[in-house]
Ligand binder design. Structure first.
Ligand code: MG
Ligand code: MG
Length: 271
């Protein structure tokens, strides 16, 4: 068996830096959310995101990552993640996922949201709500002294309780800090009580990817866009999170996660 990877643990000062990077991502996603409407192209969304990231003095981490050509991923309908911005024009009734990463002073933030454009069928709306609820369930299930798979288990349990959805296992969340993708992987399924301990300074990107059908994916010929194998629609929500003695601190939420955690009866660990 391979040894466990060394986990990057951040000092309190480092976490302040991570939070600043996370806020760039949060604000950029808000800008993109405000632009979402039928008729706009994914390239226009990308350009607005890149401009906003740079205006805040940060660098888009996706741009140039293994040759990726955008500053955001825009994944529409049956696209799960890693959609490449381009000529596609959004239409009424689309389900749009936007994923954004930024680097500020060497620290990475990574977050994503999904939103329906206009009217979508009830099952599509339920899919999106279930995915976002699973993200927050996962965040809330983490605690200092707990184990990584407590998060995975909470995500899976939350999705399964919401309906007959597919939970994608071919992609996972990840550690985050001086790189966008660090160990450990954060699966969206699993039994609790396993994996590394959640300790002060650990930062994780938690990102459930959930479908209306099969949980399996293919990659398109663009070598990036992951789609469901059965064409069912998918949703993706993500936050970068750390845990303090007070509770979870959501680095990519404008309020540190206070409102959503409060609704779950969980104290927020934001300072
Ligand atoms: Mg992401
Ligand atoms: Mg991520």
């Amino acid at each position: 068996m391979l040894g466990r990877p060394r986990l990057e643990l951040k000092s309190p000062d480092d976490l302040v830096g991570m939070h600043r990077a996370g806020q760039v991502v949060a604000r950029t996603l808000d800008v993109v959310r405000d632009l979402l409407r039928p008729g706009i192209s994914t390239r226009e969304l990308d350009a607005a995101a890149e401009r906003h990231i740079r205006d805040l003095g940060a660098t888009p981490s996706f741009l140039g990552y293994h040759g990726f050509v955008g500053s955001i991923c825009v994944s529409v309908n049956d696209e799960v993640v890693h959609g490449v911005p381009g000529d596609r024009v959004l239409r009424d009734g689309d389900l749009v996922s936007v994923d954004c990463g930024a680097i500020l002073d060497g620290w990475h933030g990574d977050a994503a949201f999904t939103a329906p454009l206009g009217e979508v069928p009830a099952d599509v709306a339920a899919l999106d709500r279930a995915t976002e609820a699973a993200l927050w369930a996962g965040i809330a299930a983490g605690a200092l002294g707990g184990r990584l798979s407590d998060i995975s288990h909470a995500v899976e349990t939350s999705v399964r309780s919401a309906g007959p959805f597919g939970v994608v296992e071919e992609y996972t969340g990840h550690g985050i800090g001086t790189e966008m993708h660090l160990p450990p992987d954060v699966p969206n399924v699993g039994r609790p009580g396993r994996g590394p301990r959640i300790v002060p300074g650990l930062a994780l990107a938690i990102e459930p990817m959930v479908t209306l059908g099969a949980a399996t994916t293919d990659v398109l010929d663009d070598e990036w866009t992951a789609v469901t194998t059965d064409g069912s629609w998918a949703a993706h929500h993500e936050h970068s999170v750390t845990w303090t003695t007070d509770g979870p601190w959501v680095l990519t939420a404008l309020d540190g996660g206070r409102e959503r955690l409060g609704a779950l009866g969980v104290p927020c660990g934001a300072p």
